[in-house]
Design a protein around this ligand. Structure first.
Ligand code: UD1
Length: 419
């Protein structure tokens, strides 16, 4: 068990390099299955989601070498196509391995992934797309079996631009004969990164970053070396913390373009924003202003992964803000914890109505998920006194060392291990 103890009242100031992107790293690790050789990824974040994904890769027969600089995956000897329940339960992203294992062996078996704290998270679009690629999908009990003798490129129109479904179709189709077209594909920067890595391996993918992606199947892939983009959500979290504490923080290694909607919201809240090459600086005002309405949407819309952190900021903004979650049905658990600190938040269906209060009070709160934990850290930085966040282990899933990063910026924050 771990807790975070956050001292309130300090303005964050300084400059930070941002770690590699979690959501780009996870499907890329799965992609390493496809080249029957070596994939070397630089700037891979040292987070527990990556640790778990690499453990799954080992269980499938891959050799892994990890240094402070890179992760090297050798998939030449791998021969296992079954993902065991213990791994699938700890790691939703094992879903990406479906497409990759199908591409390599024409076969995969894994436990049906359950929902999680932010929603039901079905995978019907992934499975329907596989069926269109001449893959048999059988669900027996709580396991899924997919197999094919002859994978075929095909056309797909997603009813929603799902990141995971887009990535799984790409992974399954790079080695499939013929042409695969994905319409209404996800445009997230992490999808682009996955395609760039696959193209470096010799794949033939076009249109990534747009709603229409075309994949021309190739017969083999080769070794590749890739350097990961920085994590836009980690960067945005630290910029939100600067905004919340009337601070002045610069994040380095990120494109402002990838943060556009978050920066627009921070500007509406009264922040000064300075962009220079791959550096973004946010200067928080003495008092934040409310924002009439924010809707989470797929990229380039406002990211659902920043919803909780911005809610924490708005809990002390002047006026009433409305924050509507349209991506995941159950992502407001952290609101209840913010209320324990004195925030005035009313959840009406999928909208949080946030009436800014003069001060938050440090108290004991509980973490429910990764981004919610980051939001409670921000609230703790704004609060009077100390905030103790229990079950804070979630933060390790996506932030390499949030305590070290925030301490560099002048925060008082410690992790305490218990039990
Ligand atoms: C990815 C990100 C996650 C981010 C999310 C949305 C990774 C590892 N995770 O998750 O951090 O919050 O994108 O930007 O990259 N859906 C269906 N059926 C499907 C697939 C999805 O109904 O077959 C629904 C989901 O329940 C959800 C919505 O579509 O309501 C978006 O999900 P999706 O884009 O697939 O998110 P993930 O890929 O799981």
């Amino acid at each position: 068990m771990a807790s975070l103890i956050v001292g309130g009242g300090e303005s964050l100031r300084g400059s930070l390099w941002i770690q590699g992107s979690k959501n780009a790293a996870l499907p890329m690790i799965a992609a390493a299955v496809l080249n029957r050789g070596i994939t070397k990824i630089y700037h891979c974040p040292a987070i527990s989601d990556v640790d778990n994904m690499l453990e799954i890769m080992k269980s499938l027969g891959c050799c892994i070498e990890r240094t402070g600089e890179y992760v090297l995956i050798d998939s030449s000897q791998m021969d296992v196509r079954d993902i065991s329940p213990e791994y699938a339960a700890s790691m939703r992203s094992s879903v990406f391995l479906m497409g990759a294992l199908l591409g390599r062996f024409g076969e995969v078996s894994l436990p049906y992934p359950g929902g999680c704290v932010i929603g039901k998270r079905p995978i019907d679009m992934h499975l329907a797309a596989f069926e269109r690629m001449n893959i048999r999908v059988q669900v027996t009990g709580d396991r899924i079996f997919c197999s094919t003798d002859h994978m075929a490129g095909s056309g797909h129109r997603l009813r929603y631009p799902s990141v995971g479904a887009t990535e799984n179709i790409i992974l399954a189709s790079v080695l499939a004969p013929g042409q695969t077209v994905i319409k209404n594909a996800a445009k997230e920067p992490e999808v682009i990164e996955l395609c760039l890595l696959l193209n470096k391996m010799g794949a033939d993918i076009h249109g990534m970053g747009t709603g229409n992606i075309t994949i021309y199947g190739v017969s083999t892939l080769h070794d590749a070396v890739f350097s990961l983009v920085s994590d836009r959500i980690v960067a945005a979290t630290y910029l939100a913390a600067a905004a919340a504490t009337a601070g002045d923080v610069e994040v380095r290694g990120v494109w402002a373009h990838d943060l556009k909607t978050v920066l627009q919201v921070l500007a509406e809240m009264g922040c000064g924003i300075i962009v220079r090459n791959k550096r973004v600086r946010v200067i928080g005002p003495y008092m934040l202003s409310c924002v009439d309405s924010i809707y989470t949407h797929p990229f380039p819309g406002f990211p659902t992964d920043m919803q909780s952190q911005i809610m924490a900021c708005l809990s002390r903004a002047r006026g009433i803000s409305r924050l509507t979650e349209t991506v995941f049905e159950d992502r407001f658990k952290t609101a209840g914890e913010l209320k324990k600190m004195g925030a005035d938040i009313l959840i009406e269906n999928h909208t949080a109505v946030i009436r800014g209060v003069e001060c938050l009070k440090g108290t004991c709160v509980k973490a429910w998920d990764l981004r919610g934990t980051a939001a409670l850290v921000i609230a703790g930085l704004m609060a009077e006194g100390d905030t103790v966040i229990s079950d804070s282990i979630y933060i390790r899933r996506g932030y390499e060392d949030i305590c070290a990063d925030l301490k560099k910026l002048g925060a008082r924050i410690e992790e305490r291990k218990t039990g």
